[in-house]
Design a protein around this ligand. Structure first.
Ligand SMILES: Cc1cc2nc3c(=O)[nH]c(=O)nc-3n(C[C@H](O)[C@H](O)[C@H](O)COP(=O)(O)OP(=O)(O)OC[C@H]3O[C@@H](n4cnc5c(N)ncnc54)[C@H](O)[C@@H]3O)c2cc1C
Length: 421
């Protein structure tokens, strides 16, 4: 069917092919509807493993999966690649950069979030965010180029060419800092025997007095100790004021000589959320009702990172996590199927498998819903199992397991090559 043609069945337009959008579209597989998924990329990104692409442990194709492939067994679904530019709620229509506007009977808004530099000057131009696959590949290439340059000219390392500052003491920042330290200690130490390692270092900067604020104290202490054992300098209570190509200035007046700044500090929901006409919550998120619909618009479902979702079991606002986005997307899809079948929608209750994050190989922290905690190797295995289950296909899982196992034995990072586009 052509992009602008509509059959007699209701059309469910799904904006975004992330965890939320894919979850919603798949849940509609057996419903008597036409599902149209639109994303600005032709692939679904598995964000939790982006840092492994940035540190050459995984190939881009292992964390980005072709969107069309995810729906090739779903006869009622079509995928289009385009950017959503605005939503007309009253006219039940969505505008795109290239395609003609498309009308809908039901709308799933799963456009995710974007990086937030919190006004740090120079950050949009010079920082390396960790939010998209392109970001991860760009960081990897940049770091490889710096080491190659230092191999030719030792004075570059003295000027901070091999010093990486990572901003953010949450999962993105900690995982990135830990993985970069392992790359430096295990791989580059051997790859570049003639480069002086004295100035090759990783510094983690966090504004609050602690890392991993969402975890219990003993897990926070373990995290800091583990990073320090890897050689990471942890600076707490420090705020990045400005970023220049070769220097990072902190509000305290400290200047870090570093040619690379990785930004893993904050998010703001997709700006398209403003079109939904409701007052935005913290992080510009759009409040969803108990059944995940938009107040006053039972045909619209904001889900995933763009949404402010309250768990009906606990009354707590849920964090921006892949598992929340996937489960909420699936519930939105099921609720649309119920509406189409003339049934009532169901409220959303989150099945919490625990909060977890890695620090490095064999080092992770897990906090389960009941308050139980794990750290070290058992936590690392639990993290691996939960995240492999979130990967889109069996093929991705198999490739990832092979790479993880191989690098676990050998410290080998086969993806440490720069490819010119
Ligand atoms: C580095 C990192 C590490 C993370 N680690 C974990 C973790 O370990 N565990 C965990 O549970 N969660 C983790 N998360 C969070 C998790 O990835 C997100 O919560 C989840 O991806 C949100 O899903 P979503 O579908 O709402 O948004 P996304 O996955 O961001 O998908 C949004 C989609 O919308 C598309 N899009 C955006 N704007 C437009 C537009 N204008 N037009 C068309 N398409 C558009 C994007 O291309 C994207 O495909 C991590 C996130 C990051 C960034």
């Amino acid at each position: 069917m052509a992009v602008d043609q509509q059959s007699a069945r209701p059309r469910v337009l799904v904006l975004g092919g992330g965890f939320a959008g894919v979850g919603a579209a798949r849940a509609l597989k057996k419903a008597d509807v036409d599902v149209v998924v639109v994303d600005k990329h032709d692939y679904h990104t598995f964000q939790p493993l982006l840092y492994q692409v940035a540190t050459a442990l995984l190939e881009p194709a292992e964390v980005g999966h072709p969107l069309r492939d995810l729906f090739d067994d779903q006869k009622n679904a079509r995928v289009h690649v385009d950017s959503v530019t605005s939503i007309d709620l009253a006219g039940r229509e969505v505008q795109f950069a290239d395609m003609k506007p498309m009308s809908y009977d039901y709308l799933v808004v799963g456009l995710g979030a974007e990086v937030n530099f919190f006004g740090a000057s120079g950050a949009p131009e010079h920082a390396f965010p960790m939010y998209t696959l392109a970001d991860a590949v760009r960081l990897k290439t940049h770091v490889l180029e710096k080491w190659e340059a230092a191999d030719k000219d030792d004075s570059l390392a003295e000027d901070g060419g091999l010093h990486i500052v990572v901003v953010g003491g949450g999962p993105t920042g900690v995982e990135s800092a830990g993985a970069l330290a392992e790359l430096y200690n295990n791989t580059f130490a051997e790859d570049y025997p003639d480069v002086s390692k004295e100035h090759a270092k990783i510094t983690l900067v966090e504004a609050s007095p602690q890392l991993f604020g969402m975890f219990k104290e003993k897990l926070r202490e373990y995290t800091k100790k583990t990073l320090e054992e890897y050689g990471v300098d942890v600076l707490l209570g420090e705020i990045v004021e400005s970023v220049e190509p070769t220097r990072v200035r902190l509000k305290s007046g400290k200047v870090l000589e570093a040619h690379t700044l990785v930004w893993g500090a904050g998010l703001t929901a997709s700006p398209i959320g403003r079109d939904l006409g409701v007052e935005l919550q913290r992080g510009n998120r759009v409040a969803a009702e108990a059944d995940l619909s938009l107040a006053g618009h039972p045909e619209v479902f904001p889900v995933g990172d763009i949404a402010w979702i309250t768990d009906t079991k606990t009354d707590e606002v849920l964090p921006q996590l892949g598992s929340v986005a996937l489960q909420a997307g699936e519930q939105a899809g099921e609720n649309i199927a119920r509406l189409v079948a003339g049934k009532e929608t169901k409220p959303f209750a989150y099945h919490d498998k625990g909060t977890m994050a890695t620090i490095g190989r064999g080092a992770a922290v897990v906090q389960l819903a009941g308050g139980r905690t794990m750290k070290g190797e058992p936590a690392f295995l639990a993290w691996g199992a939960v995240h492999l289950a979130l990967l889109s296909t069996g093929e991705d899982r198999a490739k990832t397991i092979v790479n993880w196992t191989w690098s676990g034995f050998t410290h080998e990072r086969a993806a440490r090559i720069s490819v010119e586009a």
